[in-house]
Design a binder for this molecule. Structure first.
Ligand code: GLN
Length: 286
């Protein structure tokens, strides 16, 4: 079948739109355009400039496959194998969480907190694609950033992302939280750990359905990994070092209490762009 850019997008929208709501129409259009630009290997401006460009048979076929996968709910980032985060383009796969826009907030606070230091040592626990570690390393070329993940495939992916983005000051290790860490003088420890409680209905929605449970779910009330990290990180920070953790929007108070129970000082929670509690931080004593 012969289809041009405009026809392809409206065909994809008709497949992907789930309801009559504006949200559903907008999100279908965003996905349809994003996936077409991926298949054609052209940017968004190109799509707008060449609405009459006719797709080759191969391109029509590739686009059809992408749209069918998306229709089944597969995340766009797994279909294209990539996701933009901070200033980087990261490869993604089923071994890791897909980097979220809200996690850029953690990077922002980390970079801000490190400003007074000319050089710093930073540890990212549960690094996944390497998103947080690589963004900090990218912003602060003199720092040494270490990212760990217990999943070997995630470590390989993060290493590949470092190479692809030409980040040379971040190293990645396979480690079950701290097991492979020998250094105990980090200036800053950051983490976006699993924090969703088992049985949380969000796990049945959107991208989460396709993402690994190990990156999402933490036992008990969803806070067991955060408890472990907060308790153990103290042994890996310099005096007056900082810990910053991303968590769920309803967990701010509980996470602050965990920090305080572990004698961290200057404990505070930052809100995301939607005004929701998102990142809690604190310092070890001097
Ligand atoms: N913020 C993610 C979500 O609920 C969860 C990420 C995580 O558990 N670290 O979409």
């Amino acid at each position: 079948m012969i289809m041009n850019v405009t026809q392809s997008i409206s065909w994809a929208c008709s497949i992907l739109t789930k309801s009559n709501s504006d949200d559903s129409k907008i999100s279908a259009k965003v996905d349809a355009e994003f996936l077409l630009s991926y298949v054609l290997d052209k940017n968004f401006t190109w799509l707008k400039t060449w609405p009459d460009y006719e797709l080759s048979d191969q391109q029509v076929n590739d686009y059809r496959v992408c749209i069918e996968r998306r229709k089944k709910g597969e995340p766009v980032a797994y279909i294209t194998g990539k996701k933009a985060f901070w200033e980087l383009e990261l490869e993604t796969n089923e071994s890791t969480l897909i980097p979220r826009a809200e996690t850029e907030l953690l990077v922002e606070f980390a970079v801000e907190a490190l400003k007074p230091k000319v050089v710093a040592k930073v540890l990212d626990l549960g690094t996944g694609t390497g998103a947080i570690a690589l963004s900090i390393a990218f912003e602060r070329k003199n720092d040494q950033v270490v990212g760990v993940d217990f999943n070997r495939d995630a470590v390989l992916l993060a290493q590949k992302n470092a190479l692809n983005n030409k980040v040379t000051n971040a190293t990645f290790l396979q480690s079950d939280w701290f097991t492979a860490i020998e250094e105990n003088e980090f200036d800053l420890v950051v983490s976006n750990p699993p924090y969703v409680a088992e049985g949380d209905p969000h796990l049945l929605e959107g991208d989460l359905v396709f993402e690994p449970d190990s990156a999402l779910i933490s036992s008990g009330d969803g806070l067991d990994d955060i408890r472990y990290i907060v308790r153990t990180t103290k042994n890996f920070l310099i005096p007056n070092g900082q810990l910053m953790i991303e968590h769920g929007y309803e967990q701010g108070e509980a996470v602050r209490k965990i920090f305080e129970d572990n004698q961290y000082t200057e404990v505070s929670t930052k809100k995301d762009l939607l005004g929701m509690d998102r990142v809690t931080m604190g310092r070890t004593s001097k």
